[in-house]
Design a protein around this ligand. Structure first.
Ligand code: R5P
Length: 295
């Protein structure tokens, strides 16, 4: 029996193969049957080693959270002693306080749910705004955060040397500053006011953008309204080009068309969520993080 195994779901087979290769792990699928009424039945390999790594990126998370519950509890029943979740995208991190009375604080609830199932959680650029560490949101024994920002920065340096890096809102400052420091890019962040899922106001930073190649950088693009609105205003202010680099390519609905309608040139993302814009591979960094866990 091997010391550890990587389990994956069939829709993430390609990502699992990349991670298994980088980490030197054997990989096996969790098979899934969907009953006509929508319930699911999962089946794991019946001889599990003591260490089990489960890969599940948590875009479109609602059903996946049930899968994690079933898979993690079954892995324990089959003998897993140390269970790691590799969730390159960690959902429900943005709702970190009750913005209105009675609202569920999803970050805390989902974070505790995952911490009860897994000994270790590894993720990339979780949206931590009002909490300082992943451990506060996901109190697992090991809660490891990686960043796509340095790798996106390397790509930007190769594609747009001398770019002006702009974050579309204050939360993006952490990733923009990290990327800028790596290659000495000039950088700044906008001010954003969100009025609803599909309505944002952006105020550009007070530095000149005329004649500059701008790269907008954020952890996540969902509807795309945030980066589209920022791009439109940057181009109106004289930026020569506006490209977009995000860690998490959620791109819900017609987000990509919204970006191109706004004048965005290239869209680059990490492969935390599979998307045609993927330009940066996270498997080597995820494998390194796995290597730091107890054996
Ligand atoms: C929020 O602060 C995030 O960093 C993103 O800016 C936001 O989630 C993007 O959402 P959308 O693409 O729907 O505007």
């Amino acid at each position: 029996m091997h010391a550890a195994i990587l389990l994956y779901f069939d829709d993430e087979q390609a990502a699992a193969e990349r991670l298994a290769h980088a980490a030197g792990l054997d990989a096996a699928p969790v098979t899934r049957h969907r009953f006509p009424d929508g319930e699911i039945r999962l089946q794991l390999p019946d001889a599990l080693p003591g260490r089990v790594v489960l890969l599940r990126t948590l875009d479109r998370p609602n059903e996946k959270l049930i899968e994690l519950l079933l898979a993690a509890r079954t892995a324990r029943a089959l003998g897993a002693r140390h269970l790691t979740l590799v969730a390159p995208y960690l959902a429900y991190m943005r709702q970190d306080i009750a913005f209105h009375p009675g609202e569920a604080v999803s970050q805390r609830i989902v974070g505790h749910f995952l911490a009860e199932l897994f000994d270790a959680v590894i993720t990339v650029d979780p949206h931590l705004h009002r909490v300082a560490t992943l451990q506060e949101a996901v109190p697992a024994a090991q809660a490891i955060v990686l960043s796509g920002a340095p790798l996106l920065a390397d790509l930007i340096a190769a594609q747009r040397p001398g770019a002006l890096l702009v974050g579309p809102d204050s939360e993006s400052a952490q990733w923009v500053a990290q990327a800028a420091a790596r290659h000495g890019f000039t950088h700044a962040v906008c001010t954003k006011q969100r009025h609803g899922d599909h309505a944002v106001d952006i105020d550009l930073p007070g530095l000149p953008v005329a004649g500059r190649a701008v790269v907008l950088m954020d952890d996540v693009a969902s509807t795309g309204h945030t980066v589209a609105q920022a791009a439109r205003q940057l181009l109106a202010a004289g930026a020569t080009t506006v490209d977009v680099a995000v860690t998490h390519a959620l791109f819900a609905g017609d987000a990509v068309r919204r970006l191109s309608d706004a004048g965005v040139g290239e869209i680059w993302s990490t492969d935390c969520i599979a998307h045609p814009s993927n330009a940066v591979a996270m498997a080597p960094a995820l494998a390194q993080a796995l290597a730091t866990l107890p054996r």
